[in-house]
Design a protein around this ligand. Structure first.
Ligand code: CP
Ligand code: NVA
Length: 308
C-alpha cells in the first residue's frame, strides 16, 4: 500500500512549495484514495478553516476529506470570531496552532496567508488567495492525468483572467512539464514573478506562452480551462471586465479549433454565457464535475502528507 510521505515544506502556500516528485506522489495518493486502495487514520486530528471569502467546494471538500481521514474540522467564521474584529494575525495564528493540527486559510492578500504561516507552529494551507489557488490545481492535474496519463502529451490552454487559478496552473504545470498556454485580454496577464519562476523551472522555454489571442492559444490544446472573469472581491469591476473579456468565452467556435480529444475544465463557480457557454459546460467534453470531486481526493492526499 502506498504510504503518505512527509513533505519537505511544512506549509502549502504556493504550488511550488511541492517538488515535482511530491506533486506526483500527492496525485498518486489521491488516486488511491479515490479508488479506495488506501486507508489512513488521523486519529481525531483537527483542521481549522478560515474563510475570509465565500466557498462551497473548498470548504466542503476539506471537511469531508478530514472526516474520511478520521479527523475533524472547525470552520471559523470570521464575522463571529475575533478575526473579523481585526485581532492581529500573529495572535490568531499562535492561538489556533495550539488547538488545531493544521489550518487552511482563504483570504485576499497572499501576504496575510504568509503572516499566518510565519506565526503558526502547525502546517498552513492556502485555500485561495488573490495570488494563488494551489489546492485547486492539484485536483485539476489529477483530472488531466485521468484523461491523458502522461503530462508530456498535454497542452493546457487557460482562457481568462491571469490571476490566482492561472498563476497556480502555470507553476504546477511547470513542475509537471505540461505545455501551458494562457490567453487573457491586455492588462490581465498573470503575475510577472509567477511567470519568471515558471521559466526558471521549465527546462524548455517554449512550454509556457502568454498571449492576448484566444484563437492562437487553443491551437493544439487538449485541455481548455477557464475561470470567472470577475473574481471574489472584484464585484464592482464586473461591468468593465465583462467588456474587456469579450471574445474570451469558451464556446463551440473556440472548441472547434482545439484538438479533437480536448476536454473542458472550470474550477467553478461559473457564470454561464460569460466565460463559458451553457453548451460547453454540459458537453461530452466537460470534466468539470469530475474535477470538482477530485478536490476532495487531492486534499485527502495533501492532508495525509502534511500530517504524516
Ligand atoms: N473552486 C473553488 O475553490 O470553489 P469554491 O469557491 O466553492 O471553494
Ligand atoms: N478566480 C476565482 C476563483 C474561484 C475559485 C476567484 O478568486 O474568485
Amino acid at each position: 500500500m502506498l504510504k503518505p510521505n512527509k513533505l519537505a515544506n511544512n506549509n502549502f502556500l504556493s504550488s511550488v512549495d511541492l517538488s515535482t516528485d511530491e506533486v506526483l506522489h500527492v496525485l498518486d495518493l489521491a488516486n488511491n484514495f479515490k479508488n479506495k486502495k488506501i486507508n489512513i487514520n488521523l486519529n481525531n486530528k483537527v483542521l481549522g478553516l478560515i474563510f475570509d471569502k465565500s466557498s462551497t467546494r473548498t470548504r466542503v471538500s476539506f471537511q469531508v476529506a478530514m472526516t474520511r481521514l478520521g479527523g475533524t474540522t472547525i470552520d471559523l467564521n470570521p464575522t463571529t470570531s475575533q478575526i473579523g474584529r481585526g485581532e492581529p494575525i500573529k495572535d490568531t495564528a499562535r492561538v489556533l496552532s495550539r488547538y488545531c493540527d493544521v489550518i487552511a486559510i482563504r483570504t485576499f492578500d497572499h501576504s496575510d496567508l504568509e503572516e499566518y504561516a510565519k506565526w503558526s507552529t502547525k502546517p498552513v494551507i492556502n485555500a485561495l488567495t488573490d495570488l494563488e489557488h494551489p489546492c485547486q490545481v492539484l485536483a485539476d492535474f489529477l483530472t488531466i492525468r485521468e484523461e491523458f496519463l502522461d503530462f508530456k502529451d498535454v497542452t493546457l490552454t487557460f482562457i481568462g483572467d491571469g490571476n490566482n487559478v492561472a498563476n497556480s496552473l502555470i507553476l504546477c504545470g511547470a513542475l509537471l512539464g505540461v505545455k501551458v498556454r494562457i490567453a487573457c485580454p491586455k492588462g490581465y496577464e498573470p503575475n510577472p514573478l509567477v511567470i519568471k519562476k515558471a521559466y526558471e523551472i521549465y527546462k524548455n522555454k517554449d512550454l509556457l506562452k502568454i498571449t492576448n489571442n484566444p484563437i492562437a492559444a487553443v491551437h493544439g490544446a487538449n485541455v481548455l480551462y477557464t475561470d470567472v472573469w470577475s473574481s471574489m472581491g472584484e464585484e464592482n469591476q464586473k461591468e468593465e471586465k465583462d467588456k474587456d473579456f469579450l471574445g474570451f468565452t469558451i464556446d463551440s467556435d473556440l472548441l472547434e479549433k482545439a484538438n479533437k480529444d480536448a476536454i473542458i475544465l472550470h474550477c467553478l463557480p461559473a457564470y454561464r454565457n460569460k466565460e463559458i457557454t451553457e453548451a460547453a459546460m454540459e458537453s461530452q467534453k466537460s470534466r468539470i464535475f469530475q474535477q470538482a470531486e477530485n478536490r476532495m481526493h487531492a486534499q485527502q492526499a495533501l492532508l495525509s502528507c502534511l500530517l504524516a
